[in-house]
Write a protein that binds this ligand. Structure first.
Ligand code: AOF
Ligand code: ZN
Length: 365
């Protein structure tokens, strides 16, 4: 690892501390180095708060004049919730800026680096670029595609079941895997489930780790029929619940609204299901940058079919349930021939206690 990579790695570790707190803005970390010593550091801590670069400059124990700044994302040059970071950098006398990747935000997109160069700062782009882009895959997708980043997540046995024949599913995986799911409920802005899952399992869909935040709960319920006494409806004073429905019955809406739920009226698409593409557009406008899609099988197939799934997370438990009526993760009508399969790429596997986590990207043809 080169010197530059070492300090960029430190900036990346700092950036990660903002995970779950900065959505829909990026996680960003910055380290300021002078004479081989770190003299200041900072990260973007919460949405709307000061940017990493300004945090790092403010933390300097000595003058940053002549120092090098390592920052995971190109510094901004626009007036947003805060004044441009490029201004602060130019004022500080920083001699060189090493940026991990370019900012995809059209308000910045290369202009930040150009502004620094024009101000006489030496600029280098692309140190640990892949890692810096990967860290903010949600932000990159959200800004470029103007859609939330959707992660389809499920836990299944070695024989591909997400419940036993009686519908019991607690638990399929062990502690370590379940903890990871809760970390992801903190990381992503929302969780999504279908009416079938809410009716059958009555899940809370919250993040139960101390100091972490809860995702908005989005329930896809085209006909608006989840029970009024289900936990996602009765606990809206703690965590918001939004129900996406194609039901135009306003009397019905009122019952859920009185319980504190928000109704997102969404047109129906194929086979009477919600038009998920349209729903994604609506959620983008609501600044929901990411969704952890927690099924069940009907919604999962609709999501794949609508082309909205970006990533798959499969928790695989080394056990077998069997049973021809036991549910599987992706149901609906399915495809007719192997050639019509949804194709997954860039798969990787990670052991988690007794279980495994397999992550893949979805490649739509
Ligand atoms: C951040 N944190 O550390 C950096 C960002 O809404 P604003 O005014 O805070 O601006 C957000 C934009 O600023 C964001 O989309 C990105 O382009 C740029 N850089 N943003 O939230 C940071 N460095
Ligand atoms: Zn900035």
């Amino acid at each position: 690892m080169t010197e530059d990579e070492k300090y960029m790695q430190a900036a990346l570790e700092l950036a990660k501390k903002g995970m779950g707190f900065v959505n829909p803005n990026p996680m960003v970390g910055a380290v300021i180095v002078k004479d081989g010593r770190i003299i200041g550091q900072g990260f973007h801590e919460r949405y709307g708060g000061p940017h990493a670069e300004r945090k790092a400059l403010a933390s300097c124990r000595e003058s940053p004049e002549g120092a090098v700044m390592y920052v995971t994302l190109e510094p901004c040059c626009h007036y947003g919730k805060t004044p441009p970071c490029t201004e602060a950098i130019l004022e500080s006398g920083i001699r060189r800026v090493v940026a991990g990747c370019e900012d995809p935000n059209p308000k910045v997109a290369g202009k930040g680096l150009r502004c620094l160069r024009n101000g006489g700062v030496e600029v280098e782009l692309g140190t640990l670029e892949e890692e810096c882009i990967y860290l903010n895959e949600v932000f990159f997708h959200f800004i470029r595609q103007q859609m939330p980043f959707v992660v389809m997540k499920y836990a299944m046995t070695m024989d591909g079941k997400i419940a036993t024949r009686t519908g019991a599913s607690k638990w399929i995986t062990g502690e370590a895997a379940r903890r990871r799911v809760h970390e992801d409920r903190h990381r992503y802005a929302s969780v999504m489930a279908g009416s079938g899952t809410v009716t059958a399992d009555d899940p809370m869909l919250t993040c139960r780790l101390p100091g972490m935040r809860n995702p908005v709960r989005i329930i896809c319920d085209s006909r608006l029929r989840i029970p009024l006494d289900s936990r996602v409806v009765t606990t809206t004073s703690e965590v918001p619940t939004w129900i996406a429905t194609a039901s135009p019955d306003q009397e019905r809406w009122k019952r859920y609204q009185e319980a504190g739920c928000r109704i997102l009226y969404t047109e129906s698409g194929v086979q009477g299901h919600l038009d998920l593409k349209k729903l994604m557009g609506r959620l983008y406008r609501e600044k929901i940058d990411s969704i952890l899609l927690e099924g069940g099988g009907t919604l999962n197939f609709s999501a794949l079919q609508s082309g909205i799934v970006n990533k798959l997370q499969v928790y695989l438990a080394p056990k077998i349930f069997g049973g021809s009526s036991a549910k599987t993760p992706v149901e609906g009508p399915g495809v007719a021939v192997p050639g019509d399969a949804y194709i997954l790429t860039r798969s990787r596997i990670e052991p988690l206690g007794e279980d495994f986590l397999i992550e893949s990207e979805v490649e739509y043809g």
